[in-house]
Every structure is written in C-alpha cells, then in structure tokens.
Design a protein around this ligand. Structure first.
Ligand SMILES: Cc1cc2nc3c(=O)[nH]c(=O)nc-3n(C[C@H](O)[C@H](O)[C@H](O)COP(=O)(O)OP(=O)(O)OC[C@H]3O[C@@H](n4cnc5c(N)ncnc54)[C@H](O)[C@@H]3O)c2cc1C
Length: 188
C-alpha cells in the first residue's frame, strides 16, 4: 500500500470519531444517524475547549452550551453545604469556564460543520464485528460479511469497544500476556 493509499478507518461516529474527521477516512457508525439523543450531557473542560477552538468550532458550540461557573452542594440530608467556585478561578486564570452541552448538540455541531465531502464518508448502519491484520494494514469486517481495508484502524467506538476487544483477541492469539482486562471500564 503506497502513501497515497494510506487510509484510516474510524469505527464509531460519536464525539471522538467525528473529531477525527479531519483525516482521510470512512467512519463506520452502527447507529442509523450520528446525531442522536444517546447518553448524558457532557461538560467540556479546558483541554477539550482548546481543541474545539483549534477546529474553529467555539462559536457554534458556545451558541448551544452553557458555562459551568459554580456547583451547589447538598449533603446526604439535603442540607446546603455551600458552593464550589473553582470554575470561576479557571475563568480568571484561563479566560474560559467549562461548558455544559448535550451529546445531541455536540454531535450535531461536529457533524454539520464537516465539509460535505467529509459528511459523505460518515457511513451509518455499519457495525464493525472483527478486525484482521494484513501485511500492510488491516481489514475490518461487518456482521453481514462486507469489509473495508485500511492502513490503520482508529477505534472510537466508546467504552464497550469492539475494536479494543478485537485487539485483545489478536494480542492473546500472538501469545502476549500484556493485554487489557476484558471489560476495563466496568465499575460497581
Ligand atoms: C453518565 C455519564 C456522564 C458523562 N459526563 C461526561 C462529562 O461531563 N464530560 C465528558 O467529557 N465526558 C463525560 N462522559 C463521558 C463521555 O460520554 C465520553 O467520554 C464520550 O462519549 C466519548 O466519546 P466517544 O466518541 O469516544 O465514544 P461514544 O460517545 O461512546 O461513541 C461511540 C460511537 O461508536 C458507535 N459504535 C459502538 N460500537 C460500534 C461498532 N461495533 N461498530 C460501529 N460503531 C460502533 C456508537 O454507536 C457511538 O456512536 C460521561 C459519560 C457518562 C456515561
């Protein structure tokens, strides 16, 4: 595979997959649309806001998000134990507060501001099921047997990642003992 054929396959059309849309890619997203009311609101912290600013998306995201300037705290009996204002310190020191945004609005802005040629590469209803290494890259396979070839697979398919599972299987198959736990993000 020559340099001009170097293709990255992004699995997952969530916030991370859509941010990766500056590279040449197909994004394989298993939902029917990437703009979805799935998951909770997100707080965009300063590092994320900086990346968003570098992508020139601060204005459209500011229009649909709210600054998080303070947290009011209650104890287990519902008594007011005061507020926390470290976000105002952030604003004083760095010029910006964290911002609260719904996942729907975040993915809408990320998707709608992509150029149309990039939007066409976000392929929905494409659920990855396996990855096979090739001599110069990898083939990713969908449940229906269709496949895509690329130089790199960029796993952006969330906490319960099929890409991570496949990498774990491949490492174990090569005899490596140094692998992730099967479900590294489970908690109680
Ligand atoms: C309750 C809660 C509160 C949170 N609060 C915050 C917060 O305040 N701030 C913050 O930054 N983060 C927060 N997070 C974490 C945040 O949701 C994640 O960091 C963020 O969604 C990660 O984005 P992502 O694109 O990596 O993955 P995801 O948002 O999980 O997106 C993964 C995408 O991949 C797709 N996909 C999955 N499997 C496949 C497959 N096999 N084939 C194809 N596509 C697939 C999914 O449909 C989805 O679109 C919170 C999470 C939870 C659960």
């Amino acid at each position: 595979m020559g340099a001009s054929n170097f293709k990255v396959i992004v699995v997952g059309g969530g916030p991370i997959g859509l941010t990766a849309a500056a590279i040449d890619f197909p994004i394989l997203e298993h939902r029917s649309h990437v703009i979805a009311d799935a998951g909770s609101n997100l707080v965009l912290m300063l590092i994320g806001l900086r990346a968003i600013s570098q992508l020139d998306l601060l204005d459209p995201l500011n229009a649909v998000s709210s600054p998080l300037s303070r947290i009011d705290r209650l104890d287990h009996d519902g008594r007011d134990v005061g507020d926390v204002q470290f976000f105002t310190q952030m604003e004083k020191n760095f010029g910006v507060c964290p911002r609260v945004i719904s996942r729907h609005d975040l993915t809408r802005v990320l998707y709608n501001t992509l150029p149309s040629h990039a939007q066409q590469k976000v392929l929905t209803n494409k659920k990855l099921s396996d990855i096979t290494p090739t001599v110069d890259g990898a083939t990713v396979t969908r449940a229906d047997g269709s496949s895509y070839e690329g130089a790199i697979v960029f796993g952006a398919d969330g906490a319960h990642s099929t890409v991570r599972e496949a990498m774990r299987r491949l490492s174990l198959g090569l005899g490596s003992a140094d692998v992730n736990e099967e479900r590294p993000f489970m908690t109680t």
